[in-house]
Design a protein around this ligand. Structure first.
Ligand SMILES: [Fe+2]
Ligand SMILES: [Fe+2]
Length: 329
C-alpha cells in the first residue's frame, strides 16, 4: 500500500501541477491532503476545483477556517485590517460559493484504515488544534506532550511547512530507578525497542508544503508512505520525502497581475517573499519586531518599513527572485 501525502498547497496551482505529474509517475494507491489548500497564492479556486475532481481524502487546515470564519464572531482578531489580512480579503472576493461550500463540509481530521495495514491519524496540526506544529529538531518531550492522547501510532501532521519524519516514545510507567523530579527521562527520541514495558511509541510525519515550503529549498514537497512490516519500521509505515522543482515565475507574476500584491497589504508582500526564499519571512518579521520593541500589528506598514530599513531583507529577497529581472529596470 502506497499513500501519497500532500499538505499546505496554499493556492499554488503550478506547484500542485508539478506534484501531480510526479504522482503520475509514482502511482500511489491513494492520496490524502492535510489542510491549507487555499490562501494566499492567487490560484486557490483552481486548486480547489482540481482537488474536488479527484477521489483524494482532504482535511481542513487553519487557512480554510480563516475563510469560513471571516465576517463572523469566530474570525481572527483584527481580520478587518487589510495590511495584515488583505490576502484573505482578496480571497473572499475571488472564491465561488460552490468552492466555499466544498470547504464547509470537509472534516478536520481523518483516520485511515487501509486493509491489512495499521491505522494512520491525519490532522493539519493535531486532532482538535490545527495550529500545533512539529519540527525535525524539536525536543521529544515537546512533541509527545501534544500527541500523548492519540491512540494511532502513525500520525500525519502539517502546518509548519517543513518535512518531519520522527519516531518518539514515552514511558507510561514510572521507572523506580529514575529521578522522580526529572520527567524528561520518560521521553525518548526513536523507538526504544529494548524497553517494551509501558513504552508508547508514535511515528510523526509532516510531508512539508507543496506550495510554500519553508526549509530554504523552494521545490514543492510531499511524502509517500509505504506499508511495511513492523520489524522494518515500528508503526508499519515507511516515509519517503520528495521534492519537485517547478517554475515559480507564474505564481510570483500572479501576485502582481491578480492585484493581490496591491490589495493584500504587508502580509501579501511577506508571503511573496516566502515563495521566493522558502524561508519563514513572516516569522522573521515578527521576531525582529519583538526583539526591537516594535508593535508588528499596530501600524503594520510603518513597522514593516522599519524592518526593511534595518535588515535590508527586501534586497535579500530581490536578489533571489526569479522574476525580479523581468520587472525591474
Ligand atoms: Fe500552511
Ligand atoms: Fe496551517
Amino acid at each position: 500500500m502506497k499513500l501519497a501525502v500532500l499538505a499546505d498547497i496554499h493556492g499554488n496551482q503550478p506547484a500542485l501541477d508539478a506534484v501531480t505529474a510526479e504522482l503520475e509517475r509514482i502511482q500511489p494507491d491513494f492520496v490524502v491532503v492535510n489542510g491549507d489548500l487555499i490562501n494566499p497564492i492567487p490560484f486557490s479556486g483552481a486548486v480547489l476545483d482540481q482537488v474536488r475532481a479527484t477521489d483524494w481524502a482532504v482535511v481542513r487546515g487553519n487557512h480554510e477556517f480563516y475563510l469560513l470564519d471571516f465576517g463572523t464572531t469566530r474570525a481572527a482578531p483584527g481580520s478587518a485590517d487589510s495590511e495584515r489580512w488583505g490576502c484573505l480579503h482578496w480571497l473572499v472576493d475571488n472564491i465561488s460559493a460552490a468552492q466555499a461550500r466544498y470547504l464547509a463540509a470537509l472534516p478536520d481530521e481523518r483516520t485511515l484504515y487501509f486493509p491489512g495495514t495499521q491505522p494512520i491519524r491525519v490532522a493539519h496540526g493535531v486532532p482538535g488544534r490545527n495550529r500545533v506544529g512539529f519540527y525535525q529538531q524539536m525536543p521529544a518531550e515537546k512533541i509527545v506532550t501534544e500527541i500523548k492522547e492519540i491512540g494511532e501510532r502513525t500520525i500525519i501532521s502539517a502546518h509548519t511547512h517543513v518535512q518531519v519524519d520522527r519516531h518518539l516514545s514515552f514511558l507510561d510507567t514510572v521507572d523506580p530507578f529514575a529521578d522522580p523530579h526529572d520527567e524528561s527521562s520518560r521521553y525518548f527520541d526513536g523507538y526504544a525497542a529494548h524497553r517494551q514495558d509501558g513504552l508508547v511509541h508514535w511515528h510523526v510525519i509532516n510531508p512539508g508544503s507543496v506550495g510554500l515550503p519553508l526549509n530554504g529549498d523552494p521545490r514543492a514537497c510531499f511524502a509517500v508512505l509505504e506499508s511495511v512490516d513492523e520489524h522494518e519500521e515500528p508503526g508499519g509505515w515507511r516515509c519517503t520525502h520528495h521534492r519537485v522543482a517547478y517554475d515559480r515565475a507564474p505564481a510570483l507574476e500572479a501576485f502582481r497581475s491578480s492585484g493581490l500584491l496591491d490589495m493584500g497589504g504587508v502580509v501579501a508582500q511577506l508571503f511573496y517573499w516566502e515563495l521566493v526564499t522558502a524561508e519563514a519571512e513572516i516569522i522573521h518579521y515578527y521576531h525582529w519586531c519583538r526583539d526591537n520593541g516594535v508593535d508588528p500589528d499596530g501600524n503594520m506598514r510603518l513597522a514593516f518599513g522599519h524592518y526593511k530599513a534595518a535588515t535590508g531583507r527586501d534586497e535579500y529577497v530581490i536578489a533571489r527572485d526569479p522574476t525580479a529581472k523581468a520587472t525591474r529596470p
